[in-house]
Design a protein around this ligand. Structure first.
Ligand SMILES: NC(=O)c1ccc[n+]([C@@H]2O[C@H](COP(=O)([O-])OP(=O)(O)OC[C@H]3O[C@@H](n4cnc5c(N)ncnc54)[C@H](O)[C@@H]3O)[C@@H](O)[C@H]2O)c1
Length: 272
């Protein structure tokens, strides 16, 4: 079968294309024949058709990127992210949620029929379903400035940066994805487990290697960037046409083991 995932000539935006999962996704999409528009704050080595430098902390930078991208996008891969400290809680929320959402919402009005968006959350955002009362008001803020203001007004919610930024992504995808599918646009997110990328040394420094290892789960190993990129490529492909407002966990069985009591993460963490 030629072009089984139907990406040939599709106009696809990939954020975070300079490194890790975003770089892996951009390479795969170029290989699949898509017209890839790569976005990042740093230059990329991937042979994308168009590169647009953007700082997702900055509304005017995102607005300029939207103009450079133009209309008629088929798929967005929103992969760029910050790991939390040493970056501030606010910068982490801006890159991982507020800026990512502003870019996506700015592209939505001119997206093609059946278009798709995937966001990159994290297993570090587990438990978001129990915090919807707090998270939905942030999800419901309109636009970059209102989202940023909400974060500035709620330092206790965004404390530590990373986990709250991934919880709100899951909550927003469930909430907004259920609205967007009425227009035929699919919004989903992936929750990766520990993945060997440039971000990993920062996680190890922040939390300690033992905690990262505890989150590896029954597969017994970290994933590669490509192992995270492929499920996102599939979820965003036209072959996943009935998958919407969904959060998948690409974590080597961690969530399954935890849900069925085969991993006692609270117990492991309490002994550390
Ligand atoms: N590595 C892991 O273990 C892991 C686990 C779960 C989720 N994630 C998430 O996966 C996504 C990809 O991370 P990765 O592991 O490939 O890390 P990475 O550091 O290799 O890539 C992150 C990319 O985001 C870009 N970026 C950072 N700040 C930016 C900004 N202000 N504007 C635009 N781009 C910016 C970086 O330049 C970089 O290219 C992130 O959202 C991350 O939170 C990572």
């Amino acid at each position: 079968m030629k072009d089984p995932l139907l990406y040939e000539a599709k106009r696809v935006v990939v954020t975070g294309c300079a490194s890790g999962m975003g770089e892996a996704a951009a390479k795969i999409l170029v290989d699949l024949g898509a017209h890839v528009i790569g976005l990042d704050v740093k230059p990329t080595a991937v042979a994308v058709q168009q590169f647009v430098q953007v700082d997702l902390r900055d509304k005017s930078s995102i607005d300029a990127a939207v103009v450079a991208i133009g209309s008629g996008i088929d798929s967005v891969f929103s992969i760029a992210g910050l790991p939390g400290p040493p970056f501030s809680d606010l910068d982490t929320m801006l890159v991982n949620f507020v800026g990512a959402r502003h870019l996506i919402e700015s592209l939505v009005p001119t997206m093609t029929p059946g278009a798709s968006v995937i966001c990159t959350a994290s297993n570090g955002g587990m438990g978001w379903q129990q915090e919807l009362e707090t998270l939905i008001p942030l999800a419901a803020t309109e636009g970059f400035d209102a989202g940023k203001q909400w974060c500035e007004d709620h330092p206790e919610v965004i404390a530590s940066g990373y986990a709250p930024s991934k919880k709100i992504l899951n909550a927003w995808v469930a909430w907004r994805g259920a609205q967007l599918i009425e227009t035929g646009i699919r919004l989903n997110c992936s929750n990766p487990g520990p993945t060997q990328t440039a971000m990993m040394p920062t996680f190890e420094e922040q939390s300690g290697k033992a905690i990262i290892d505890a989150f590896v789960g029954p597969s017994g190993r970290r994933s590669s960037a490509e192992e995270q990129a492929w499920p996102m490529v599939f979820m965003n492909s036209a072959r996943s046409s009935y998958v919407a407002a969904e959060a998948i966990h690409v974590d080597g069985g961690f969530l399954g083991a935890m849900t069925t009591g085969q991993i006692d993460i609270a117990g492991i963490l309490s002994k550390m």
